[in-house]
Design a protein. Structure first.
Length: 422
């Protein structure tokens, strides 16, 4: 019946039903091969190119996973090499979008290093080959130099091949470079583990010319400076990024976090003054930076409060895009310089206002760390500990665990990754 269906009315869902009904390795592998051919022959149009690319990536990884769980590790490597390294139109890589090519190459490197596919893509409750549940870039989990199994030079050469493949032999294309950042970040991590700091620093600097406000790149550069005991250069990296992008709330927030870790939190109040001053005319003469932050965030202001004028070069739309990071800045500042009650109120207000899932999770973690610190310092630890445990429970109950799978509004999976961190 499935043979008839895929002959007369082929689509991805029917092919997947066909795959599910097969029981043997040979049968499933044969259907996987036919599915990949079907997807590559599907006429490409702008509306479905991302979906087709995702289906190709999903099916390639399914086929590789099939070989892994049946002990055919070398076959899994060959499947990747065939899909990624050939240059004619009959191979999978030529039909993937740049971002999906990056994920395919990273999955290949993860396989040769750890003998398995990245767990980030799948539901950990299901160890069998399955659909991709979550499609996002990841860092290969090298913890120390000994974790690197492949010859380092050979591994770096694979990264170079991957970057060439993903930039279509045009490494100067800024748009392609941005899409290839997941590959570059892993390459920088590898150089750092191999203690090739100078090479990694040069990669970071060249990438920051294209992506000057990418906080992950800035964190990587700062980490490399710290690794080589160049603490002042690490500080200068954040200060330079802030000076060049003085109205970027995300850069300012990450810079403040860095100074806290370096026990230089006393430098944050003047920096906050400088940050807020970039938005207003003569703001420092009448209002404190915290007052203006509250004004940004639509807190009720005293009746005598007269907001200063925005600077002419400032677009209010730009501010609205940064509101989630302004909430993080406000909470961070109140936790350092406000009273415990003011800090608690700030976190509670932020949790009620911010909608972006990732930032909500960061606010929750910062909130829990702050309250945990209060428990440690409290004279009435029993009461504070009860408050802390209630807050943890509230966090676990209110943060969602059900998420839609990519390109679907009907199918969901359960993801406890954040809850496990808590």
């Amino acid at each position: 019946m499935c043979e008839t269906a895929v002959e007369y009315a082929p689509n991805y869902k029917i092919w997947w039903t066909f795959l599910d009904l097969e029981n043997s390795f040979d049968g499933k592998d044969y259907v996987c091969g036919r599915m990949l051919q079907f997807l590559m022959k599907t006429p490409e149009c702008e509306e479905n190119s991302d979906l087709r690319s995702f289906h190709l990536l999903e099916m390639l990884l399914y086929r590789v996973h099939l070989s892994i769980i049946t002990g055919r590790h070398q076959n899994a490597v060959v499947l990747f090499q065939t899909a990624l390294k050939s240059e004619n139109d009959t191979v999978v890589v030529q039909h993937l979008t740049t971002s999906d090519r990056c994920l395919a190459w990273l999955s290949y490197i993860h396989l040769i290093e750890f003998g398995d596919l990245p767990i980030k893509f799948y539901d950990p409750a299901n160890s069998n080959p399955s659909k991709i549940m979550k499609k996002e870039p990841f860092l290969i989990p090298w913890g120390k130099t000994e974790d690197v199994k492949t010859n380092p030079d050979a591994l770096l050469a694979i990264f170079e091949d991957a970057i060439r493949s993903c930039t279509s032999e045009n490494p100067e294309d800024d748009e392609k470079i941005v899409l290839c950042l997941p590959l570059y970040r892993n390459m920088i991590l590898l150089q750092q583990l191999l203690e090739r700091s100078e090479a990694a620093i040069e990669i970071c600097k060249s990438l920051l010319k294209v992506c000057p406000v990418d906080c992950q790149l800035l964190e990587a550069l700062v980490s490399l400076y710290l690794q080589t005991a160049q603490i002042e250069r690490a500080c200068d990296a954040w200060l330079t990024a802030f000076e060049r992008n003085p109205q970027n709330a995300q850069v300012f927030y990450f810079m403040c976090k860095f100074f806290i870790l370096q026990k230089r939190s006393d430098s944050i109040p003047p920096l906050l003054q400088a940050f807020v001053a970039t938005f207003f005319e003569c703001s420092h003469q009448k209002h404190s930076p915290v007052e203006l932050l509250r004004y940004f965030l639509n807190f009720p202001m005293p009746i005598e409060f007269t907001p200063p004028s925005y600077k002419g070069c400032f677009a209010e739309e730009s501010l609205n895009q940064q509101i989630p990071y302004l909430w993080q800045i406000y909470c961070l500042y109140q936790s350092l310089h406000g009273s415990p009650e003011e800090a608690t109120d700030a976190y509670e207000a932020a949790l009620g206002a911010v909608m972006q899932e990732e930032i909500v999770q960061h606010i929750w973690m910062d909130y829990l760390v702050f309250i945990n610190g209060r428990v440690v310092r409290s004279n009435n630890q029993a009461q504070e500990f009860k408050h802390f445990t209630d807050l943890v429970n509230r966090c676990l109950v209110t943060v969602p665990t059900r998420y839609p799978i990519p390109f679907s509004t009907a199918d969901y999976w359960t993801n406890y990754e954040f809850h496990n961190k808590v």
